[in-house]
Design a protein around this ligand. Sequence first.
Ligand SMILES: C[S@@+](CC[C@H](N)C(=O)[O-])C[C@H]1O[C@@H](n2cnc3c(N)ncnc32)[C@H](O)[C@@H]1O
Length: 264
Amino acid sequence: MCILPHYSNIINDIYYLRVSDSLLLNIDRVNLESYDKLAFEYDSLSHVTTRLLEIASKDGFDQFLNIYRNNLTDTVLEVGTGTGFLTSELVKVFNVTSIDISNKMLLIADSKINSSTIRPNKVIFKNISILSPPINFLCNKFNLITCGLADPYFIRKSILNIFKLLSDDGILFFTLPEVKWAKKERILRLKVPFHTTRFKLENGESINPFSFVYTEDEIYKLLNECNFRLLHVFTILANYHDLLKSKTLFKNIPKIICVIAQKK
Ligand SMILES: C[S@@+](CC[C@H](N)C(=O)[O-])C[C@H]1O[C@@H](n2cnc3c(N)ncnc32)[C@H](O)[C@@H]1O
């Protein structure tokens, strides 16, 4: 895998993340390869950390919806569909357009949502990267943009594209792994560079997609640079007892940060 140059010197320097086009392509290439390989086992309980982050992310989304439901209309964009964990919540309430760089992830999300017994609202899946969407897609305007576990692609260029796609009174909701939790996880347990993570596949292969995480201060700066203002930031610790139903000890319980923002 090709990582950022002089990695150790620029760890967590959000300004460096104004990366060149070739580096953007590289981020997309690494992530596409990784998530394509991961797709068929992404939902497996063996990826327990992902399950826990997902649970925390959904709790955050529920809290967000409780507060903002009345401000939202029906034009919703979901970025980074994955296998549709958050999509299935979104379609209970809204019509949704959902984009992901990995067609393999989208196919699984599509089959899950369409086999659901609850008749969902309309959902359109599109194989698009938020780092380089086609120009005609950028003509759309959405009233809500959600990015659940947005860490593979959440850099300045994506936020600028999200800005273009959001209506003037629209709301951006995103979740990321919480930075202190991620630091501990990556340095002590996974032993991978800070802005990446690691999945061990069932065939023994390891994959290392990008996973950008930030302090609250950096999130504020990054959004501010892209003409967003923060409305709300909160963190959620994963409720792991629900998932494991056992006394398995989690030394570093997964935690996420939820952010709600609007255009300035
Ligand atoms: C960690 S998963 C999160 C899935 C889902 N949103 C959830 O909350 O469970 C991240 C997803 O983002 C997708 N992704 C990575 N880079 C992307 C990009 N540039 N544009 C759109 N999706 C991207 C990956 O393929 C993957 O499905």
